[in-house]
Design a binder for this molecule. Structure first.
Ligand code: ACO
Length: 318
């Protein structure tokens, strides 16, 4: 017995920045960003804290699942980091919700949602919980180097969640990691007098081409593994919810696999890459717009810094 998805929710910062806005900051253009990535605008935290949107997303997901904070037995937050190094985002949200269950953050970068589902799978398998909130929340805008045009145009801030309940909707789940610094964000807050000076530049560093090639391969491998493990041919999967990092990555992988466009929901044009929040954000959009039907077969697949990967196959039971 593992889990099923009982509800979804999301929340966004109020401020959106268009490609045109960013071209006032760095030497870029709407045309370059749209043709290379598919991104047109992205939400950016300005007056809010990431905790604020996380709490809102959690409340929306609870409402959608018909549960209250008192029903939660565990909170797992995939995130690159909340408003504090400690307490964890999960603990801060637990307090704001008025829940009393265990709460922990998981950092799997853009694959974080899949890593958090894996953690939740273990919690259900050990019969430690009846309901688990998996709440992704990211504030990429706070770790980007806003003078680096090759990375600052790619990301957005968002929060999105699923509420999981006991069930047997999960058909396959696999996460992986390949230690490699082609995507890294150094944490430079050290003023310890005994430590040698850290000369690394702050901000997200990315070897774009290497990550691009890795991402396309990770999607193709992940989807093939899910097909083999479940025995469900890709043609019979209703939707592939892929990490929204770049429209060209999704399109290249889709064409390699010979699958039709309508099986690949996308919303990257509105949000950019929101890291671990991207898959649950897309799922919430599809759920709330009534496009998900009971019995549909879904596959989630993500890749990110680490380098990390994750794929899950699940039946929609709501
Ligand atoms: N505007 C204009 N020109 C730009 C910009 C920009 N914003 N950014 C880069 N360029 C220039 C470069 O300087 C380069 O110019 P040069 O040829 O004169 O040197 C040229 O455009 C080509 O740059 P590339 O980086 O080679 O562009 P590419 O076609 O590879 O596209 C992109 C870049 C969109 C970033 C792509 O490589 C990509 O999507 N990579 C993967 C991103 C990703 O998936 N990240 C994973 C998750 S992140 C996480 O886990 C936190």
């Amino acid at each position: 017995m593992s889990f099923q998805i009982l509800g979804t929710g999301s929340a966004l910062p109020a401020c959106k920045k268009t490609n045109e806005d960013l071209s006032q900051l760095v030497d870029t253009s709407d045309e370059w960003i749209v043709t290379r990535t598919g991104i047109r605008e992205r939400p950016i935290l300005t007056t809010e804290m990431v905790t604020d949107i996380a709490v809102e997303a959690a409340r929306n997901a609870l409402e959608n699942s018909g549960l209250t904070p008192a029903d939660l037995d565990y909170i797992v937050c995939p995130t690159l980091g909340g408003d504090y190094l400690t307490p964890s985002l999960a603990c801060v949200v637990q307090k704001e919700l008025g829940a009393s269950c265990p709460a922990v953050d998981v950092n799997g970068a853009c694959s974080g949602f899949l890593y958090a589902l894996d953690v939740a799978d273990g919690i259900f398998a050990r019969k430690k919980a009846r309901h688990v909130l998996v709440l992704a929340a990211e504030r990429l805008s706070r770790i980007l180097d806003w003078s680096d045009r090759s990375t600052c145009v790619l990301f957005g801030d968002a929060s999105a969640a699923v509420v999981l309940g006991e069930g047997d909707a999960l058909r396959f789940l696999e996460v992986g990691a390949k230690g490699n610094l082609c995507l890294a964000s150094p944490l430079i807050i050290n003023n310890c007098p005994y430590t040698a000076a850290d000369t690394r530049k702050p901000g997200l560093l990315m070897k774009n081409r290497e990550v691009y090639t890795f991402a396309v391969g990770a999607i193709c491998d992940g989807l093939k593994k899910a097909e083999e493990a479940t025995g469900i041919p890709m043609e019979e999967t209703d939707y592939f919810f892929l990490h929204q990092a770049n429209l060209r990555i999704i399109e290249t992988a889709r064409k390699k696999l010979g699958l039709p466009e309508e099986k690949f929901p996308v919303n990257i044009h509105k949000y950019g890459n929101t890291s671990s929040a991207s898959i649950p954000l897309l799922l919430d959009e599809w759920n709330r717009s009534g496009r998900l039907k009971k019995g549909q077969k879904l596959v989630f697949c993500a890749f990110g810094a680490g380098l990390t990967t994750g794929t899950a196959a699940i039946e929609w039971t709501k």
